[in-house]
Design a protein around this ligand. Structure first.
Ligand code: ADP
Ligand code: MG
Length: 620
């Protein structure tokens, strides 16, 4: 990722040449690749017209089989057929041991504590297995689109941590794909519905798949989604609906419930088929062996009600975690095959008090959104020329203020182009120049941020400290050029600079700086407070020193003078240390003991003014 730019200089798209980029939904059960074709984002089919690629990989001694045929072999060749590998991504060998019993694989730990799965082709890491899925999708895309891809946007669950995200990136690299960006699955779904075109608002993404349920609450501001809360249940999905129907069949048919695996599988297939039929029909004739019965949709709805209730409970909790009310959610997006079930849609509509968005195929919506984002990031223009910019500033931009503090002017994650202004003032009486130091980073102290540029604003008319108003404007244009200008408002003197930090930071550096900022946030707050307390103290000391020099003799008696000197000495002593609160206390005390003196000075100034002298002379 370039620092402030979407394309590296010199890599800008040539006119009329479309840069091929795809969106990939790398799913637990199913994966898809989608791309923009003739302005429409759609999933790309394989040679047989299938868009869904089951996320199953079977290793043979000399070849790799991916997709439906591999999935079919899971029962007969379980050791060499890897399914649901997404659950292992970014996990260590010890995490995997926890999952141990549920997984049929033989694991070996590598040196890196990564779990490797023993196959006839040797040990395979989850990253390699995912790469094998991605390779098939990449090939499909290059064949369908007729060219090499410049990159891909790959989706990940919103709750994926750094290790899981990094593992996904590594898999892409291994598959020969350039990752334009990892995108959160719920964000991709929201983009597919064009919700990023709205100015702002809160949206909920309800994702009910085969085995997992995820709820994500996103806040949109200026075209950028921020994940406010995630929740769900990693063991709730359409498979549970199938089980409910299977249990019903067993009861109705008077079967024994200890079936052999083959009979179990047949029963589950019957149940799943019945469930899917009930999405369109009011009732279905269920045939199992020589038993036959009628399952109505109402009866099915009753069977799954407890599971739906569990999902709704997770929704309520996620909304509560955001500190908002259900009716503040402005759109609900349905994702995952199980959201086709009419009762699910109805229950979600009742909870949020609005119809959820369902027009886009819930299996495809994530890949479709990812493809839209990929196309934009690849630098292609949409809709006849308008450049849609979704890129954001990865780290905050700001200025150095007194005490070596970083004052953020444009916070990170702001979309570009953007312009923000902030007013600053002078620190000293008569200050005629100001150094503008432009910085980037999240930390409070400038020594922990990155310096981008410095320039001076000169010719500020002489005024008392704090009276001058200097407006500093930060502007980042669509090409990622940052310009900073400073203007003194009374006189209009102005100065500016252009910064082009396109040499940028690497992704790794950005990640480290962000991590640091989280890790050190509370330390930084203390450090910031200390600096502010020191600056306040210093300012007061200088003011009192000046006043004493000017009027000390005239307006103070010996005892008053001694009290002030004592408190000043005390403050200077404290300034040598790091005790912020003590400095603050002492600053207050000094301010109190000089109150009367300040009032007397003001009095005498007014008297002098009344006697015909001019205020400026007195200020001197
Ligand atoms: P995952 O996110 O786990 O990969 P999907 O989003 O592909 O899962 O959803 C798979 C689930 O959707 C399965 O349980 C499947 O039975 C269910 N499903 C697919 N089509 C329908 C339908 N028409 N009616 C009801 N459920 C469906
Ligand atoms: Mg899914």
């Amino acid at each position: 990722m370039a620092l402030l730019q979407i394309a590296e200089p010199g890599q800008a798209p040539k006119p009329h040449q479309r840069r091929l980029a795809v969106g990939i939904d790398l799913g637990t059960t199913n994966s898809l690749v989608a791309a923009l074709r003739s302005g429409i984002s759609e999933p790309l089919p394989d040679a047989n017209g299938q868009v869904i690629l089951p996320s199953a990989v079977r290793y043979h001694a000399e070849r790799v089989e991916v997709g439906q045929s591999a999935k079919d072999a899971a029962a007969t060749d379980p050791l060499n057929t890897i399914i649901s590998v997404k659950r292992l991504m970014g996990r260590g060998i010890s995490d995997v041991k926890h999952l141990g019993g549920q997984l049929p694989y033989r694991f070996t730990g590598g040196e890196s504590h990564m779990p490797f799965i023993e196959t006839v082709q040797g040990p395979k890491s989850p990253v390699e297995v995912s790469a094998d899925i991605l390779k098939v999708l990449r090939q499909r895309a290059e064949e369908t689109l007729g060219g090499e891809l410049v990159g891909a946007v790959i989706t990940v669950p919103a709750y994926f941590d750094d290790a899981q995200r990094q593992a996904t990136k590594d898999a892409a690299k291994l598959a020969g794909l350039t990752v334009l960006r990892l995108l959160n699955e719920p964000t991709a779904a929201a983009v597919a519905y064009g919700l990023d075109q709205n100015a702002e608002g809160v949206v909920a993404i309800y994702d009910l798949g085969g085995g997992t349920f995820d709820i994500s609450i996103l806040r949109l501001t200026g075209g950028v989604f921020e994940v406010m809360a995630t929740g769900g249940d990693s063991a709730l999905g359409g498979d549970d609906f199938d089980h409910a129907i299977a249990t019903w069949i067993i009861a109705e048919a008077g079967l024994s419930d200890d079936l052999d695996p083959a009979a179990q599988r047949r029963l589950m297939q019957t149940a799943c088929a019945a469930k899917e039929s009930l999405t369109d029909a009011d009732s279905v004739e269920v045939v199992h062996g020589d038993w036959q019965g009628l399952l109505t949709r109402a009866a099915f709805d009753a069977l799954i009600e407890p599971m739906i209730a569990r999902s709704l409970k997770a929704c309520r909790r996620a909304v509560r975690d955001c500190g908002i009310e259900l009716d503040e959610v402005e759109a609900v997006v349905m994702v995952g095959g199980s959201t086709r079930v009419p009762r699910v849609r109805e229950a979600v509509a009742e909870l949020f008090g609005r119809q959820p968005l369902t027009e886009i195929d819930p299996d495809q919506v994530v890949a479709i959104g990812a493809a839209i984002q990929a196309d934009t990031l690849a630098g292609n223009k949409r809709d006849g020329g308008e450049l849609l910019l979704l890129d954001v500033i990865p780290l905050s931009l700001g200025l150095e203020t007194m005490g070596g503090l970083m004052e953020k002017v444009i916070p990170r994650n702001t979309t570009i182009p953007v312009a923000r202004a902030q007013e600053f003032t002078t620190y000293k009486d008569g200050q005629s120049a100001m150094m503008i130091h432009v910085l980037q980073g999240e930390r409070e102290l400038i020594s922990d941020c990155r310096s981008l540029a410095r320039f001076d604003l000169r010719g500020i008319p002489a005024m008392v400290a704090g009276a001058a108003k200097i407006r500093v404007t930060f502007q980042v244009d669509a090409d990622g050029l940052l310009s900073v200008s400073a203007r003194e408002l009374a006189s209009g003197v102005e100065s500016s600079i252009q910064v082009k930090p396109s040499y940028g930071l690497t992704d790794g550096e950005i990640t480290r700086m962000l991590k640091d900022s989280f890790q050190y946030a509370s330390d930084d707050m203390v450090a910031r407070a200390l600096r502010e307390q020191q600056v306040d103290a210093q300012r007061l000391l200088e003011a009192v020193e000046g006043a004493l020099q000017a009027d000390g003799e005239r307006l103070l008696d010996a005892e008053e003078r001694m009290v002030i000197d004592l408190q000043m000495e005390e403050l200077r002593e404290l300034m040598k240390g790091n005790d912020g609160p003590a400095i603050e206390q002492q600053t207050k005390r000094l301010s109190q003991v000089t109150d009367a003196f300040a009032a007397r000075r003001l009095d005498s100034t007014v008297k002098a003014a009344l006697s015909g002298r001019n205020l400026n002379e007195i200020e001197e």
